[in-house]
Design a protein around this ligand. Structure first.
Ligand SMILES: [Zn+2]
Length: 345
């Protein structure tokens, strides 16, 4: 038998609690409704609302508004205008324009944020290409903390647009792909996710750039996607949360990381209960939501953090955090409501 065919089944006799509905209404602060996540902008809205209702999701941040007018307009019209209480649509920065705009690029990109806000965007999504692939007019890779980007961060702050920023990726994606790489199987399935350094910048170089930007622009609210982009190192994330009151994190697509360090993760949730936002990143699917509810609400042990039989991020299982109600309600919705200044219904 090949190792890839090995599918062991746990013989542990432990409790299994299936959570159909979350204990409190949920504000999903990190999800996608665009082409790569089911193309919900081209499907009838009632179908989507039905799925969200059945999963207990009252509001959802759609990060797929893009940066040009066309996609943003489509998402604003299809989701926001049709169901204004249910959706927030984020815009973004069109980095591909940097070579053409040259040194005027940062001011131009900042002016685009003003237009996006006027049209109805309620935040800015920064994709991980910043720090990995974005190049300036000379063809040089742009650092996350490049001071030329100041107008973009400052304008977002001035407009009151939170910046949801995803930089780098799981730490092991930056390591050589060999027998010691804990994401070897996943990288085998997705070779395009490997950012082995060199030639890519070291993981910590990118992360330090994030910390510098967040500290430098204290009037701008930053949400570090995927547990501050460093779920493998919660002390590092906690230090940045301590230093920077303008920093929040979401938990999107990191149940596998959090749940394999349950004692540290539980302490992290209790310590930073006001700074953590619920996020799924999996499209609007009830089954994916129910795994997150089980993780946050129950003390179930050693369960699959993925809907697939072989968990995608690695062949390990997770333990639940059994968060107390006062913490749970903040992570489920109160923190996001406060941050976005709206009420969950
Ligand atoms: Zn995402």
């Amino acid at each position: 038998m090949e190792l890839q065919d090995f599918k062991p089944q746990s013989k542990l006799v432990t409790r299994t609690t299936l959570i159909e509905k979350p204990r409190f209404p949920v504000f999903d602060a990190h999800n996608h409704l665009g082409e790569d996540f089911g193309g919900w902008d081209k499907r009838p809205l009632p179908e989507l609302l039905g799925l969200l209702d059945s999963a207990g999701i009252t509001r959802l941040v759609d990060l797929d508004g893009g940066w040009g007018e066309r996609i943003l307009e489509t998402h604003l019209e299809h989701f926001k205008q049709a169901a204004p209480d249910r959706f927030l649509i984020f815009g973004g920065v069109d980095w591909s324009q940097w070579p053409e705009k040259g040194e005027k690029f940062p001011e131009w990109a900042a002016s685009r944020l003003r237009i996006q806000k006027e049209r109805g965007a309620e935040g800015v999504k920064i994709w991980k290409i910043l720090g990995l692939q974005v190049k300036d007019q000379t063809g040089k890779l742009v650092d996350v903390d490049d001071p030329r980007l100041t107008p973009i961060w400052e304008t977002a702050g001035e407009l009151g647009l939170p910046v949801l920023i995803h930089i780098a990726d799981p730490v092991a994606f930056f390591d050589p792909i060999n027998e010691t790489n804990e994401r070897w199987e996943e990288l085998g399935n997705h070779p395009e996710w490997a950012f082995t350094s060199p030639p890519f910048p070291p993981f910590l170089h990118i992360l330090e750039g994030l910390a510098t930007v967040v500290a430098r622009h204290s009037h701008t609210t930053f949400i570090g996607a995927h547990v501050g982009c460093y779920a493998e190192n919660l002390p590092w994330v906690g230090t940045l949360l301590d230093r920077c009151p303008n920093f929040y994190v979401d938990i999107a697509a990191r149940i596998g990381e959090l749940g394999r360090q349950p004692y540290t993760a539980r302490r992290f949730f209790l310590n930073y209960a006001d700074r953590i936002l619920f996020g799924s990143d999996m499209g609007p699917f009830p089954e994916a939501y129910r795994i997150i509810y089980r993780f946050l609400e129950t003390d179930n042990e050693y369960f699959n953090y993925n809907a697939d039989p072989i968990p995608m991020q690695g062949r390990w299982h997770v333990d639940g955090l059994y968060l107390p109600n006062d913490v749970l309600v903040r992570i489920y919705s109160l923190n996001a409501e406060k941050l976005f200044g709206q009420t969950t219904r």
